[in-house]
Design a protein around this ligand. Structure first.
Ligand SMILES: [Zn+2]
Length: 292
């Protein structure tokens, strides 16, 4: 996608800019989501005074694909966009980390991530794969953006000082199998109850509800959604492989349950993944309250 010129907040040839390296630095933000289309989203998130990561030229920022934003530096001298990534997607990471913390607070209030339950991730870049992910043992209702980690496809921590969620391998499995842009996992009461009740059938079917239309690609309330239930395990290597196999065999599912554990769902973007949690948790409650 062709980078877009920022409408404001650009550097001239002689001004040195630097990206905010931490969230406590002063920075300006101009997050402009045009017509709600993530493909046309622009994002500028940089300090207006010099820091250690200075350079001159114009700044271009664009979301180049469904997974994340990339920052580009265009040299005014020859007028060509070199499209050299600068700033390590700082803009995208800070924004994503804030959204993950906000999601945690909201889900906690709904009772979906009590205690240290649940974990969230969002893809920062697809090649090489970089994830923003919640740390292990964290209270999702009290997350700060600075708690969020960045990991690579091997689970190595690239940013942050704690360890990623114990279940990060499941996130990677879902991203590999689905090309997901974000993965969200909750431990609600109804997901826990129904995943135990439906385990002998290896899943449950939900159909005939208007709210099903909140699932990506569903446009009719008569849709029949199969939600697989997998046995719970503490062996994440084995469980990750089981998840990938199940997703290969069930290309249309929007989420799955781990038995007496909770829900995993995902989406091409973080906002769609959040919507899927809200839709599926709503439907699980309805099924739970109405089942005979
Ligand atoms: Zn869990």
């Amino acid at each position: 996608m062709k980078p877009q010129m920022p409408p404001k907040h650009y550097a001239d040839d002689t001004t040195t800019f630097g990206f905010a390296a931490t969230t406590n630095l002063p920075y300006e933000r101009n997050l402009d989501e045009r017509d709600g289309d993530p493909e046309s989203m622009t994002c500028y998130d940089f300090v207006s005074t010099n820091t250690s990561v200075g350079y001159s030229g114009e700044l271009l920022a664009t979301r180049s694909d469904a997974f994340g934003m990339k920052l580009f530096h265009q040299n005014r001298g020859n007028g060509s966009a070199s499209q050299t990534a600068v700033g390590g997607d700082e803009c995208c990471f800070l924004d994503t980390a804030s959204t993950l913390a906000e999601i945690g607070a909201g889900f906690y209030l709904r009772g979906w991530v009590l205690g240290t339950g649940g974990n969230f991730s969002s893809v920062l870049s697809s090649d090489p794969l970089r994830l923003a992910i919640t740390p292990t043992g964290s209270h999702k209702g009290e997350l700060n953006p600075t708690d969020i980690l960045e990991i690579d496809e091997a689970g190595e921590v690239l940013r942050g000082s704690s360890r990623p969620s114990f279940e990060y391998m499941l996130h990677l499995a879902i991203i590999r199998a689905r090309g997901a842009g974000a993965v969200l996992h909750t431990h609600s009461i109804w997901a826990t109850i129904l995943s135990g009740r439906g385990a002998p059938q290896r899943g449950l079917t939900i159909e005939g509800y208007e709210m099903l239309k909140g699932l990506e690609g569903v446009s009719d309330h008569r849709h029949r959604e199969w939600i697989p239930i997998l046995p719970n395990s503490q062996d994440m290597v084995r469980l990750g492989a089981t998840v990938e196999t199940m997703l290969d065999e069930n290309p249309d599912v929007h989420g799955f349950l781990l038995e007496r554990h909770g829900l995993y769902t995902w989406g091409p973007t973080l906002s769609i993944a959040r919507r899927h949690v809200e839709i599926i948790e709503f439907l699980l409650e309805v099924v739970g309250h109405t089942a005979g």
